[in-house]
Design a protein around this ligand. Structure first.
Ligand code: BTN
Length: 272
């Protein structure tokens, strides 16, 4: 299958300043899921930093078992193989690391300032523009390898977005009115991830958390939390050392959210 010009490996490689991330780089026309591909490579002993990009996915996955629509020509679908020497509980922080890299990559290439909605959605003007899916293989409680999957709506028109998401999602092109090269964006994200992943590997968690707080779309907001079948609400107050979200209930009790779905509560005129 032909690789579109904006994903040509030479375009991406020419912009890479990273030491680890994006080496080696594999660009394919079509794949089931780049996460599956990178996890299989991890099992087969591929090196940390391997990045896979596909023009199209036929079985793209989102969080919580949802599909990730992945039409050709418009989205950036990439997964990166990491081999961090950490406990499984620290992988949330690794998602934050990836989120920061994507925020900064979009900022630099598209001139937008996305915010992070815990755990790993990126919002522009309150609408989702990208998501991250980190999948981990563990041995006992240690992480063996992680596939960090990043999906970004880049060139989508409204009709390229699934109908049920049109009100809540957007793309870089819809927001800026400009064409954005997926390859350039990928290279910039790899460069940023290289820096943030070094912070993580060196144990500089406080600087990661500080930036995560700065770029958060939800800290200080009233939120609804859905974990499994349990739904409750509170005030999103902070991120803890492992990247879990701390939410304070009306009773004052502080709850730690490690998984699930968080949405900002709409308040104001006409909203009960
Ligand atoms: C989410 O917001 O639910 C996470 C979406 C993650 C999508 C990306 S696209 C590249 C990689 N391959 C997949 O199958 N999923 C991730």
């Amino acid at each position: 299958m032909v690789i579109p010009p904006d994903l040509a490996p030479e375009i991406i490689q020419a912009r890479l300043r990273s030491r680890v991330i994006g080496h080696p780089l594999e660009v394919v026309g079509e794949v089931g899921s780049t996460n599956d591909r990178v996890l299989a490579a991890g099992r087969d002993g591929a090196p940390e930093g391997l990045a896979i990009i596909a023009d199209r996915q036929t079985a793209g996955r989102g969080r919580l078992g949802r599909p990730w629509a992945s039409p050709a020509g418009v989205g950036l679908y990439t997964s990166i193989l990491l081999r961090p020497n950490v406990r499984a509980s620290q992988v949330s922080l690794l998602s934050l690391v990836a989120g920061l890299a994507v925020v900064e990559g979009i900022e630099s290439v598209a001139g937008l300032a996305p915010l992070l909605k815990w755990p790993n959605d990126l919002l522009v003007d309150g609408k989702k523009v990208a998501g991250i899916l980190a999948e981990t293989a563990t041995v006992e409680s240690r992480v063996s390898y992680v596939g960090v999957g990043i999906g970004i709506n880049v060139g989508h028109d409204a009709q390229d977005l699934p109908e049920e998401l049109r009100a809540s999602a957007t793309s870089l092109c819809l927001t800026t009115g400009r064409e954005i090269s997926r390859g350039e964006l990928a290279a910039e994200i790899y460069n940023r991830l290289d820096c943030w992943y070094r912070e993580f590997s060196d144990g500089r968690y406080q600087s990661i958390l500080a930036r995560g707080r700065e770029r958060s779309a939800i800290l200080g907001s009233s939120v609804d939390v859905l974990v499994g079948d349990e739904r409750w609400s509170g005030l999103a107050v902070d991120l803890d050392a492992d990247g879990a979200l701390l939410v304070q209930e009306a009773s004052g009790a502080l709850r730690r959210v490690l998984a699930g779905e968080v949405s900002i509560r709409l308040t104001g005129a006409g909203v009960p």
